[in-house]
Design a binder for this molecule. Sequence first.
Ligand SMILES: Nc1ncnc2c1ncn2[C@@H]1O[C@H](COP(=O)(O)OP(=O)(O)OC[C@H]2O[C@@H]([n+]3cccc(C(=O)O)c3)[C@H](O)[C@@H]2O)[C@@H](O)[C@H]1O
Ligand SMILES: Nc1ncnc2c1ncn2[C@@H]1O[C@H](COP(=O)(O)OP(=O)(O)OP(=O)(O)O)[C@@H](O)[C@H]1O
Ligand SMILES: NC(=O)CC[C@H](N)C(=O)O
Length: 553
Amino acid sequence: MTDTFRLTLAQLNPTVGDLAGNAAKARAAWEEGRAAGSDLVALPEMFVTGYQTQDLVLKPAFVAAAVDTLDRLAAETADGPPIAIGGPYPTPDGKLHNTYHLLSGGKVAARTHKFFLPNFNVFDEVRLFSRDRMQGPVDVGGVRLGMPVCEDIWYPDVAEAMAESGAEIFVVPNGSPYFRDKFDVRLNVATARVVETGLPLVYLNTVGAQDDQVFDGGSFVLNPGGRMAVKLPLFEEAVAHVDFDRTEAGWRARAGDVALAPDAWEQDYHVMVLALADYLRKTGFRKVLLGLSGGIDSALVAAIAADAIGPQNVRCVMLPSEYTSAHSLEDAAAVARALGCRLDEVPITGPRAAVTEALAPLFEGTEPDTAEENVQSRLRGLLLMALSNKFGEMLLTTGNKSEVAVGYATIYGDMAGGYNPVKDLYKTRVFQTCRWRNANHRDWMRGPPGEVIPVRVIDKPPSAELRADQKDEDSLPPYPVLDAILEGLVDREESVADIVARGHDRETVKKVEHLLYLSEYKRFQSAPGARLTQSAFWLDRRYPIVNRWRDPS
Ligand SMILES: Nc1ncnc2c1ncn2[C@@H]1O[C@H](COP(=O)(O)OP(=O)(O)OC[C@H]2O[C@@H]([n+]3cccc(C(=O)O)c3)[C@H](O)[C@@H]2O)[C@@H](O)[C@H]1O
Ligand SMILES: Nc1ncnc2c1ncn2[C@@H]1O[C@H](COP(=O)(O)OP(=O)(O)OP(=O)(O)O)[C@@H](O)[C@H]1O
Ligand SMILES: NC(=O)CC[C@H](N)C(=O)O
């Protein structure tokens, strides 16, 4: 009977749909595990396909290719330790499971199907997969491993059933996406399963971004009693070997490295950087561009982009109009200089005059209003997209969550673009995030250290500069008030009465509610962006576009 067990944890970054690339990563980890004398090399949930696949797994040809990839990986790794790896499994009677496969002896030797299929916020697994009955542990080299898949440990049942049928260690593959402070939520869940069963638990998460979601890694190993034996870093790929010893009381993990967790501001910032870097890499872009207005939102997006792909790959463009202040020109130049990004200037006065002239016969007799104002924003979108087409640089949009929530942006204007790193970051957090970035620099940031966003940019009153002396506060409540109301309406789904009871003016709350519902059509047509909360616009919060309901409370 074996008394030690070495488990290799492969916290790696797959790409959805890249079956060969994901299998190659799994194989490289397996080679590391084999060289280290490992007894099992474990990869995360649905690793072979990448996660989340969404409806891609409803295509039988894709599932067949994934199955084939797993079979080939099993054959190629027959002469070393088994591999545990997530992937789809189609049953002969036409069902599809989200399955953890054990590849051993050249074939798929065992399968554990996910039992609890998450079907909330960003997850739709009931639509995609079938559940199976609860399963027992799998024998790996004489050790019985319970392999609940991700959501399966969020309730006691599956772990309890596996423990009752003889599991000795839990190895839990995850595709668990970030939201602020999520690590503690996961740790509480895992600790509860360890306390209930008295068994050690290995929590293996995916790392890397997929569309809006960032899988933050942070895999860990808990011993009975809930003590953390090992913790892998957040946001980075890592391969770690964890040793278990058989004791009289059962298996125990030997203490190893426990990575420190950065604070929530750093985690949010890292998520925005990683989300953008992976979105670009995985869609095949190496460069971006953005309109740099001298305001805070585009300055923060430029900093995130510089940190994600290096300042030499970020083109900033100032597109001044007659309303652009000298301050804005100076501030845009100062941001680009501090970040080390290229800054181009493309005035929109000429194109605007041409549009005004073209529309004059039709606009005759009307008063100037947002129609004329928005032409400026649209001309910027048009010119920036021309640069994007010509130079293959993806255009970034810059609307923060407060603006996205109330539709304070011009559709087909500043909303033009492919990705929005700050889409889930309220404006009040934009200010604080800029201060945080000015004061902190880390190895993973590819932009320079120091004050990359001049204090003047952070401190000045926000303005769209679409007309003379325009300030955001002319049309919107002050951002601290707006954000407090939005957190109630959006993040907590509170009633108008709940928010008024906390001291907000009812008329203001009703106005914000009106703008929120009215602008659903804009969000439907908006760029995706990094998810930071459980109420991000897209998958977490899915409201109808046509919606006459207004809260009477
Ligand atoms: N339900 C619906 N479904 C589909 N389309 C719908 C629609 N309702 C209106 N529309 C269309 O949308 C148009 C109105 O939307 P849009 O053209 O965007 O215009 P609108 O929302 O009226 O104006 C844009 C607002 O954003 C502000 N802004 C602009 C640029 C930058 C910033 C900033 O600081 O970040 C702020 C600007 O000051 C103004 O208050 C209508 O003309 C109509 O065609
Ligand atoms: N003069 C400009 N030159 C270049 N881009 C601009 C200019 N004005 C606006 N933009 C682009 O349109 C976006 C929306 O800008 P606007 O200034 O109207 O509002 P904002 O939300 O306060 O953004 P910011 O804080 O970046 O100014 C900007 O982030 C920027 O990308
Ligand atoms: N892939 C999953 O099952 C994820 C669901 C899980 N509750 C999480 O977010 O961590």
